[in-house]
Design a binder for this molecule. Structure first.
Ligand code: 4AD
Length: 458
């Protein structure tokens, strides 16, 4: 169907005075004695296009006025009579593409996000989701751009895997056969399955990413990761999009510098390319959002050790539901306190206790901590998990043994430490958490098309 995108119609002055065709869904409608007005949206822009209908020239317009109806409109584009710097389309012919009955759920101007979650197929037609998905798209493109400009190779790591890269055991099993009592043991059951051994959905592409980086130098992956953690919180989903760069010859300070540079680059890209969307979020979700992001993208992030953070948290223990001491994993309330109240900006917390972190992280000379960092941001908490990797084979084997891992499952990975091992580092950025940070949207379920969370899959 030949037609012009509404985003182009709203911006391109060359179209004024011309006859054009647009398509879209009716967002609002208003009727007066001689005239009727529709706001049409085709999804290409947050702003709608006003359609003006002269009722003396067009009869039977009732069907066009129903919210949610899809239309093709032919007409002449003119400067708006009332709104400055805007255009409207004087309709000459209207075709109904799809009628929309009065039980269309999006009748009100503003619905709660909770209600919209109950209609996932339709919520995308609201202004909020229109803006979320454009920001999501621009962020994704900017992430690729950043890495491509800086000599990184984009690699796709497997989604089905036999190894648990985070060692946390929170994986979704992949199987084609049901368990039955006829199998004498789990091993026998696994051996009868599709891969002849236990397989699962990957929680991270890191281990395979390391393989690629040990040949290509600088790589990144950008794909889905799966976590079967039963955390029913505002920032956990079972399926999320994961950006994982891996860099040969990079030590912890190098990767911290790169992570900060990348975050600033993608924030600037969204501010530049999504001005309407960002104004919308600033107005409806987080007052001062644009100013905050401008400041963040032009100032240094904070850096603090885990040990320093725990000292601060212990001094403020009356402010938390959960007390914390050295050696504990930090909860969201602690992470947010450090970034929101103490640093008041994104902060890299470094050198975590080795026992609460994954086996692959580089062991520090103190024997207690690892060269790892999490990037914590106000409003969200952790958005990046990062570390320098243990490049020494013996130390790595020792960390795996302590955790009771099956060494033979990791032979391929371990061979990297045998043949020309080099210092290297990488991180994982959760795309959805990044979107929460730049939009001010508080629940991760509202920044992904179909959220998968414990107990729900729609
Ligand atoms: O800190 P994580 O678990 O780190 C890793 O997976 C490393 N292998 C990354 C690496 O070094 N290549 O996860 C990294 C990020 C988190 O900071 C968070 O943003 C996101 O992934 N993430 C989740 N996002 C949404 N829902 C979940 N359940 C998430 N789990 C992790």
């Amino acid at each position: 169907m030949k037609h012009t995108d509404i985003v182009k119609v709203l911006k391109d002055r060359e179209l004024v005075g011309k006859d054009i065709t647009v398509c879209g869904w009716v967002r609002t409608s208003r009727d007066s004695k001689n005239m009727a007005f529709l706001e049409l949206n085709d999804g290409t822009s947050l702003k709608h296009l006003q359609i003006v209908i002269d009722k003396n020239e067009m009869s039977d317009i009732a069907e066009y006025m129903r919210l949610g109806t899809s239309l093709k409109v032919e007409g002449t584009l003119v400067d708006s009579v009332v709104a400055k710097d805007s255009v409207e389309l004087n309709a000459k012919a209207i075709t109904v593409l799809g009628v929309c009955p009065p039980d269309y759920p999006l009748q009100k101007k503003r619905h709660t996000l909770e209600y919209l979650r109950t209609i996932p197929a339709l919520r995308v037609r609201t202004n909020t989701f229109n803006a979320v998905f454009r920001v999501r798209s621009v962020l994704s493109a900017a992430i690729h751009e950043y890495f491509q400009k800086n000599n990184y190779v984009y690699v796709n790591t497997p989604i089905i895997t036999a190894s648990d890269s985070e060692g946390a055991g929170e994986m979704f099993r992949v199987t084609t056969i049901g368990f039955s009592k006829d199998y004498k043991s789990e091993e026998e059951y696994d051996a009868a399955d599709f891969f002849r051994r236990r397989a699962a959905l990957s929680v991270s592409g890191q281990l395979e990413g390391e393989v690629a980086a040990m040949a290509l130098g600088k790589i990144y992956t950008f794909g889905p990761s799966f976590r079967a953690e039963k955390s029913n919180t505002q920032r956990h989903v079972a399926e999320f999009w994961h950006v994982e760069p891996e860099v040969a010859f990079a030590e912890l300070p190098d990767i911290i510098e790169m992570a900060e540079d990348m975050i600033k680059y993608i924030i600037k890209a969204v501010l530049e390319r999504c001005p309407d969307e960002m104004q919308f979020f600033d107005k409806h979700f987080e007052n001062g959002l644009i100013e905050k992001l401008k400041t963040v993208s032009s100032h240094n992030f904070a850096v603090m050790t885990y040990t320093e953070a725990v000292e601060i948290l212990m001094k403020n223990e009356d402010k938390f539901q959960n007390k914390v001491k050295w050696g504990d994993d930090l909860m969201t309330e602690h992470e947010r306190f450090i970034s929101e109240e103490i640093c008041k900006k994104p902060v890299f917390l470094t050198n975590y206790p080795k026992d609460i972190k994954a086996f692959y992280m580089k062991q520090n000379p103190d024997g207690k901590t690892v060269a790892a960092t999490d990037l914590l941001v106000p409003g969200v908490g952790e958005i990046i998990g990062c570390s320098e990797r243990e490049a020494d084979l013996d130390k790595l084997l020792n960390a795996m043994e302590i955790r009771g891992m099956k060494i033979e499952d990791y032979n391929d990975y371990l061979s990297l430490r045998k043949y020309g091992s080099v210092p290297h580092s990488g991180f994982g950025l959760g795309l959805e958490r990044m979107i929460m940070y730049v939009t001010g949207i508080e629940n991760i379920r509202d920044v992904i098309l179909y959220p998968r969370t414990v107990g729900t899959i729609s």
